[in-house]
Design a protein around this ligand. Sequence first.
Ligand code: PHE
Length: 470
Amino acid sequence: PGDFALRGKGAAKVVILGAGVAGLTAAYELGKAGYDCTLLEARSKAGGRNLTLRGGDRLTELKGPAQDVKFGEGLYFNAGPGRIAPWMVTLDYCRELGIPIETFINNNAAAYVHTNGRTVRARTARADMYGSVAELLAKATDIGALDKVITKADQERLLDFLRRFGDLGPKLDYVDSDRRGFVKFPALDTGTPIPPPGTLHQILAAGTGRSITNDFGYDQASPMFQPVGGMDAIVAKLTEAVGQDRIRTGTKVTKITSMADGVEVVWNGGSLKADYCIAALPPHVLARIPHNLGAQITSALATPVPVAAGKIGLEYSRRWWELEDRIYGGVTETDLDITHIWYPSHGYHSERGLVVGYYNSEREAELYGALTPEDRRSRALTQGKKIHGEKYRQNVLSSVSIAWERQEHIQGGWVRWPDFDSSFTLLQRPAGRVYFAGDWLTHLIAWQAGAMESARAAVTQLHQRVLQSP
Ligand code: PHE
């Protein structure tokens, strides 16, 4: 109920380029409506950037050595997408396909904020920034600085809020708030608070602003979710529903020709003709395939700029972040080139565990991506050690890192549109009998939800056309 479905049956033949999340979703929806779909996938398996790595897998990359994944039984690393916001259509597909989900902890007060060489718990950084800002604004209000701006009654309301927001004392001072946390938490005694905050100057100079507001966004707010056992459950279930036999892996498309009565697609070693085509490849990959769709399409496809993105999965022999740091899931934010550290939101108290030792994009990702896997790992460990100390290096069993810009047939983490101009809208419409789909055609770039929404838009247009054609 409420799920997406094309209304009425269509019997046309559709060739879909790319079996990533967009291509798979398109095939799934068209299949439900009676279409005959074939997916051409250049890589050795479906899923695209929805990639979960486990022990026994092998990850190859362009101009670099292959990595054999050595993780122990039951461990996995979501090398691509890792979190889903509750409003996203991705969760509808999880429900419809029977994929169990669990909470993804995106915000954890016990995780760290590491800026300017100093490490504090997120709760401490928050308390200090909220407290300082509240104190300043409260005092400004109190000396009449806002008299010309808001009424006395509103100033009282504002002060009431600021006292709560900043945990201010009777003199509107921010001092020794227990929100900052403890070295030893209270029990039979009152515990040992974390040493008092620095001066206002020190708090501001710590520069924790970006880190403590990361989860304010509509797409990053708690709660978030993940499929149980790995993100690729989405790929597995979509593949199963579409039919494995409809996906031809290892087929690299070399030519697309749209004609009056159909589309011809040629690949290394074959060709096929269909009534319609859905091109669900990254735009910069698609741009390199010869076609007869016109110069405007060529230039539109060349407009979005691929962005580098990378991650490393570090397998540890013991879950020291839980046992010693009391961090159960969540993200440590840093101003280092690793940007983030993710702790697992599942498997608590089990023996081993997997930490994401960096997740970065743009320049930081280019820096790591240019290194060998060995050098990425040692750099990531050196950085992480600044936060967690020697144990960060000592307990590592194995690791695997991905540089999405070096993944064959993908070549980017996601794309950036210089602006969402006429090229963007042009490609949201078919060119001849070719439709386009992918997260890059939405305002949900770098989200599976974008790929799914785009696939729905493409199949809706295609289906309308089929129903209307004689
Ligand atoms: N979806 C990705 C993530 O959650 C990338 C992204 C981050 C996209 C922030 C938009 C905003 O990490």
